[in-house]
Design a protein around this ligand. Sequence first.
Ligand SMILES: [Zn+2]
Ligand SMILES: [Zn+2]
Length: 319
Amino acid sequence: MNGRSAVLIPILAAFSLSAADPLKPAPPLRITLLGTGNPRPTPERSGPAILVEASTTPPTRILVDAGRGATERLFTIGKRDLLSSIDLVLLTHLHSDHVVGLPDLWLTGWLFGRSKPLVLRGPEGTASLMSHLEQAYGFDVKARRDVDERLPGAGADTDARDIPPETVFGVNGVKVTAFAVDHGPVKPAYGYRIDYAGKSVVFSGDTRYSENLIAHAKGCDVLVHEVVAVDVERRLSQMSPAATQRVIDHHTTPEDAGRVFATAKPKLAVYSHIVPSPTSARDLEGPTRKTYAGPLLVGEDLMVIEVGEKVDVGRAAGR
Ligand SMILES: [Zn+2]
Ligand SMILES: [Zn+2]
């Protein structure tokens, strides 16, 4: 961990901060924060994308959102084996920062070994988005399938479907629940809950304070929540005060996130999709502590959270 983590010590005292050991048996759930950022293109925080791996045989790999840099992050930690083996992509909503990495994941994943269709589920518009990407990238698919590399055609196919809120489905024995959250007038917007072997992780997606999120997150192991550092956003925003306020109103303040954590009581609360950049851990901890006293992690790209007997936080090690 780097020096900035010192800020987290009072909060994370209960957690081991060793890097994830690739030789250890895999825990039921392993969560890797690939991108903890927002639309601003900064190398420190990639766009929203989080990998969840369940210890099925073989492992089940679910990507929640595919923001900018998701493909680079996957390749950095797991080379072609990881990049080509994503079983399912869950989209929280169709704001560009959450989906702009999709063509890269789809096509580069195919080029680096995926031989089956890319499977996506998300709110209304997901299937349409993917079919338009297929149209847009038709040249590349045709060239690599029929002319240059002659890659297996199935790897260029997609299986993208819109799902209604409160959909529950399984993938290799891993349970996925989609539910509606409140991203203001930006509708539809989903959160997700993933359950496996008695362990669970819940993602808020983009939302302001949401009772439905709390209902789905009650007693989960890990709750990953978005957040907007209001003072920093006001200070750094280049938009009009009215537009800045609208952005703030469609996201969750640290005080409100703290209320969500205090009611849902996860074993570990995690901030990711941190608005704006740069926001420090200190900017978030003070206001969160007004409403929540439990375990809190201010996420950074490539942090790994292992959910087993206990919840461990480390750094992604190359595989
Ligand atoms: Zn959004
Ligand atoms: Zn967003």
